[in-house]
Design a protein around this ligand. Sequence first.
Ligand SMILES: [Zn+2]
Length: 230
Amino acid sequence: MRWWIVTLALLFTGPAAHADEGILGVLARSQLARLDHASAADPSSVRARTVRVSFETLARALGLRHPVELRVIEGETVAETLQGRVVLANESLADLGEGERLFILAHELGHIELGHWEQTQHLYQKWVPGAVTPDQTEPVAALLGRDGSGLAHRQEIEADAYALHTLHALGGTSRDAVTAFMHLGTSLDTATHPGTRKRLAALRAADAQWSADPQATTRNERSDSVSRPD
Ligand SMILES: [Zn+2]
């Protein structure tokens, strides 16, 4: 379930840094490589159009504050956000129910609207402020890995909650979210993603919080522009 990945081993396995290149440059090239690697789906296919229509429904309903581009792809990746503004969404999302599809796409939009890419860049820059060289990266790799993993896990939980509240605002229910997880398959914790069990538990907590005070939770996520589509 590779929804959004910043590889923590990037410093060692990613594109080698150019002379005097900073960490933001390395991160940018890594994201660009992932973008280049993605294979576009036939945009005129029914499946690609179905995904795009759902995405546009969401974009209109959310009144997005950040520019966003959708690319419908084929291949293994289900959905992923790159460069803090490009959403890759697999054409196979068309095979899911509308509510599930909206949950997955809203999760990706949550990463963008909540500024997750900027947070990640900030963290990397904090640990590797100068040129990316082994002298700079090796002493901090373990700490960066720990902090990066913690941040990535928090961001996944936040994006899930954002997507859940978006579903509520559009008249859907948490059942769509749970079904989406079931269809995508369960997974254990990874460096970048909490396991399915943790995500479902967090989702239940977010759902209970929303039921108790919808306006407060929506405000907390800075998604107060959520509205029902016309
Ligand atoms: Zn995610």
